[in-house]
Design a protein around this ligand. Structure first.
Ligand code: NDP
Length: 242
């Protein structure tokens, strides 16, 4: 069935964001796709010549760039129904390594990036008295794993922020959803600078991880609910994951 909604996807150029973009384009949604890699966004757009898709380069850590994406959505389509805050990185390493630059980068993308999206779009949704903000959290937002303390910290933060959003905005008909996947076969392992750890994760993902399409189905399920239904938290694990 057609999804007649305007959806912004931050972090749409690969993995879960890309799969969600394809699925929503096939279902007739109007899309604004953002990420840093414009060539990857162009390739998504080219696969759906019949669809209403606008692409825009943006780094989610740059508030002005996020605001510009939201402005493009509003100028192009006149309304914003959904913001999917999906951009994320996962340069995991033991705390003792002290990779402070990577900690900061994770905080900037995974937490500030989500906040930037909320700040740019929430006044518009409150004015509309309708809207839906979705964030890709993680099982790592519910459980702490060794060598992933900072990544888990960012995802715990996202869960707290999104629950606060839900509580503040329920009277305004603005929904809040976190999607919490377990391991998914994506390019996320490329952000791990410890190449041995990256390879181990990649192998596990390839062997039994979810596909990006599995997660995209969950995102679309949350989007395609009636106004009275708020899917606030969805955990999706590979069956074999601990
Ligand atoms: P990918 O690496 O395939 O996708 C990450 C996306 O985030 C890309 O589109 C990338 O685009 C974007 N991104 C990263 N940094 C920035 C930035 N500074 N500004 C704008 N966009 C950015 O991995 P996934 O699809 O797996 O990741 C999507 C989300 O899913 C993340 O939040 C991740 O934490 C979460 N997740 C992933 C799991 C997994 O096992 N793969 C499990 C649980 C959660 P570009 O580089 O072009 O900017």
């Amino acid at each position: 069935m057609t999804i007649n909604k305007v959806v912004i996807i931050m972090g749409a150029s690969s993995g879960i964001g890309e799969a969600t973009a394809h699925l929503l384009a096939e279902r007739g949604a109007k899309l604004v796709l953002a990420a840093r890699r414009l060539d990857r966004l162009e390739a998504i757009q080219a696969k759906h010549p019949e669809a209403d898709i606008v692409i825009q380069q943006a780094d989610v850590t740059d508030y002005a760039a996020v605001e510009a994406v939201v402005k493009t959505a509003l100028d192009t389509f006149g309304t914003i129904d959904v913001l999917f805050n999906n951009a994320g990185i996962m340069p995991t390493a033991p705390l003792v390594d002290g990779r402070r630059d990577e900690w900061q980068a994770m905080l900037d993308v995974n937490v500030t990036g989500v906040l930037n999206g909320i700040a740019a779009v929430l006044p518009i949704m409150e004015r509309q008295q309708s809207g839906h903000i979705i964030a890709t959290d993680s099982v790592a937002g519910h459980v702490v794993y060794p060598e992933s303390a900072v990544y888990c910290g960012t995802k715990f933060a996202v869960r707290a922020i999104m629950e606060g959003l839900r509580q503040e905005q329920r009277e305004n008909n603005v929904k809040s959803t976190i999607i919490s996947p377990g391991a998914v076969q994506t390019e996320l392992y490329n952000t791990i600078s410890d190449k041995q750890a990256a390879q181990a994760l990649h192998e596990a993902q390839t062997e039994w991880g979810l596909t990006s399409e599995d997660v995209a189905e969950a995102v679309v399920y949350a989007i395609d609910t009636p106004d009275r239904v708020s899917v606030s938290n969805l955990i999706i694990r590979p069956t074999k994951q601990q």
